[in-house]
Design a protein around this ligand. Structure first.
Ligand code: IVH
Length: 669
């Protein structure tokens, strides 16, 4: 009995170790998480049932050691050194010169370049392949014994892989927290009302130096090796070979090592810098090392850093500066956002004088006020952000910024939808900040469908102040338009003609074109069908609106708010006076003898006598619902030339199929 248990436990341990190796060292897991968890669960069960068979280095033993009262000291037999830094090509070349001056006859040594991981240094000692000690760098010669904590890091093997293991092997590398792990951990800590960490490096350092290994076990730490300390046997003649050997032993090594010579290092630097933000962990530079160990030994060390390696640093992504003011901006969709005006500061490679604060919740969360000293972060092309406020340096007379009640551009009241963090201007059609977006929407195909008035023309018309509201479009003349850049008489006439043609529309299109928040095409259609004309809709109460299918309290309140703004009502009035009209449908009686209510129609392929949108409008006018996909509920599929999968699906389902001629006949009956 026990014999078979021992065998099974050994099997499970070997299998789990193998999976850990694939997952953490090779980045190529061979089973799914659930399957992995099942193996671990089986192992735990056997170990609990047969405690005598417990192997102290079993993968289940990563958590559980008692909290330490503090860390004991560990002296490093081989010191853990630091690196000198260079900040540009010039300084890098000086580093190379200093090095080659000492290497008689070798002007271009073979080099390696690898990411400089932004975490904290760790030394892990294996004896006979078993992890026996892990220590922080400390002052380089004495560090802290963090073995219990390190045993909880899943990517660090407790036992090495392989046959001929060196008796002693000290692995040196960086403990880090991946960006994603950092974000989810901080979310978790925040939800639990606990203190969050400011960045992944602090999170890694703070977690590793936690006194309770059970807590450390909940912190998603990772480790990558970049070198070795004491070793009892050679692992290779080059740094790159040593890294390969470590990898084969099951140790995750710093990914992204490239080999090259002096002349290729600048390109390697630029390449890594370009990749920086897409990497799953934070890096703060590129480490260049001489590859052959014989040359490393010949070069030796100065003070606390090797002569054979240097850190070519990236521009810092965080910097402190003063916040001068918090301004309020209105975006193109009416979102009102606070913007931080900063004392200019060089960060992430550029000078930054503005940072986004996203919304007013963020302002309260950060408790940021004018006059504060703040930490600004600019990563890659991302808009600079304020990541924290140094509240201890806050001036005594500082004042929090109040939440705006009206739009700074058009003075319309601001509104905040339930569950949304942003506040918005309710000015809709009249707010200058929202003009372009509104007009683009107004002319778009499913709205007023004004062909020939594109974004560029709208920009010009807005800039010239010829068009402030949609009504102004209907006042444009060929005379004024023809003198615009790249326009001419003919195009101007086409534009005016297209605008005039849009006057004959439908109520649904017009409602959609108004750009009322959350009133999309479908809602606009339902509203048009329900109210028949604009006037009753404008007079409808919240209750009336909420009685409409698909209209809930939020949409109803947006509709009410829109029509309550006097300028919106004025623009509508002007549009009607300028000739925009739609057929009025008495709410009860259908307009023709054909009643398609309760039917679902689908259109596919090309139609010749009208567009699919027009055909859809006409079918809806007869009460049909027009859908984009065929299902068993489809009543009729209208198939024009070029119909494909929808047609075959309709045939499979036995749905009635009609061609364009039959459709026309029905519409005209
Ligand atoms: S080599 C003897 N390689 O940077 C040279 N260090 O600023 C030992 N670091 O203490 C360091 N990534 O904690 C090396 N690829 C890398 C590194 C790296 C990050 C850290 C390491 C070191 C610090 C020096």
């Amino acid at each position: 009995m026990t014999e078979s248990v021992v065998r099974r436990i050994r099997e499970l341990i070997a299998e789990i170790r193998q999976h850990d190796y694939h997952y953490h060292a090779l980045d190529a897991p061979t089973i799914g998480d659930t399957q992995y968890d099942q193996l671990v669960a089986e192992l735990k069960r056997l170990e609990t049932e047969f405690p005598d068979c417990l192997d102290p280095n079993s993968p289940t033993q990563r958590v559980g050691a008692k909290p330490d009262s503090g860390f004991s000291e560990v002296s490093h037999r081989i010191p853990m050194l630091s690196l000198d830094n260079v900040f540009d090509l010039d300084e890098f070349q000086q580093f190379v010169e200093r090095m080659t001056d000492r290497l008689d006859g070798i002007s271009s040594p073979e080099l390696t370049a690898e990411p400089k991981l932004d975490g904290l240094a760790l030394s892990i000692r294996y004896e006979q392949g078993e992890l026996i000690l892990a220590a922080t760098r400390g002052d380089g010669s004495t560090g802290e014994n963090v073995t219990q904590n390190v045993r909880t890091i899943r990517s660090i093997p407790l036992t090495l892989n392989g046959e001929h293991l060196p008796e002693i092997l000290e692995v040196r590398g960086e403990v880090i927290m991946k960006k994603e792990d950092f974000d989810s951990m901080n979310r978790r800590l925040q939800a639990a009302g606990e203190k969050t960490f400011v960045n992944p490096r602090n999170a890694a350092a703070g977690s590793l130096r936690q006194l309770d290994p059970a807590i450390v076990a909940t912190r998603p730490l990772s480790f990558y090796a970049y070198g070795v300390g004491e070793v009892s046997a050679s692992l290779g003649d080059r740094h790159s070979d040593v890294m390969d050997t470590l990898k084969s032993l099951g140790i995750p090594v710093n990914p992204g090592l490239v080999k090259g010579d002096v002349s290729s290092m600048e390109a390697a630097y630029q390449e890594l810098l370009a990749k920086r933000d897409s990497l799953p962990y934070e890096i703060d530079g590129m480490v260049v090392k001489v590859d052959p160990l014989a040359l490393q030994n010949a070069l030796g060390f100065v003070a606390r850093a090797p002569r054979f390696a240097t850190a070519w640093k990236f521009p810092a992504q965080e910097a402190a500066t003063d916040l001068i003011a918090i301004d309020v901006q209105v975006g193109r969709t009416g979102a009102i956002t606070p913007v931080a005006r900063l004392e200019p500061v060089f960060v992430g490679g550029v000078t930054v004088s503005n940072a986004t604060l996203h919304n007013f919740d963020e302002v309260s969360r950060l408790d940021v006020r004018p006059g504060d000293r703040v930490m600004v972060r600019r990563a890659g092309d991302v808009i600079p952000q304020i990541v924290r406020v140094m509240t201890d340096q806050r001036p005594t007379n500082s004042q929090a910024v109040p939440l705006p009640t009206e739009c700074p551009i058009c003075s319309s009241p601001v509104e905040r939808a339930a569950g949304e963090a942003v506040i918005r201007c309710s000015g809709g059609l009249i707010c200058q900040a929202q003009r372009l977006e509104h007009l683009k929407h107004f002319v778009s195909r499913k709205a007023m469908d004004i062909d020939g008035v594109g974004e560029r023309l709208l920009e010009i018309l807005i800039e010239k102040q010829w068009v402030k509201t949609p009504a102004d479009l209907y006042r444009l003349s060929i005379e004024s338009l023809k003198d615009l850049d790249r326009m001419g008489e003919k195009s101007a006439a086409n534009v005016v003609q297209a605008i005039a043609a849009s006057k004959a529309t439908t109520l649904a299109r017009f409602l959609y074109a108004l750009g009322i928040r959350d009133v999309g095409e479908a809602t606009a259609r339902t509203l048009a069908q329900t109210f028949g004309d604009l006037q009753p809709l404008m007079l409808a109460s919240l209750e009336d609106l909420m009685a409409v299918d698909d209209v809930g309290p939020i949409v109803a309140s947006h509709i009410r708010a829109f029509f309550e703004v006097q300028q919106n009502r004025e623009v509508i009035e002007e549009l009607r006076n300028l000739g925009v009209y739609w057929p009025i449908h008495p709410v009860e009686a259908p307009t023709t003898g054909v009643d398609l209510s309760g039917q679902t129609w689908v259109l596919t392929g090309t139609l010749e006598s009208m567009t699919r949108d027009e055909a859809s409008d006409r079918l809806r006018a007869l009460g049909a619902k027009v859908s984009g996909s065929v299902s068993a509920k489809t009543t009729v599929l209208v198939a024009g030339p070029g119909a494909g999968s929808k047609l075959s699906k309709a045939q499979d389902l036995g749905v009635r199929v009609m061609d364009e001629a039959a459709l026309m006949e029905l519409l005209e009956s």
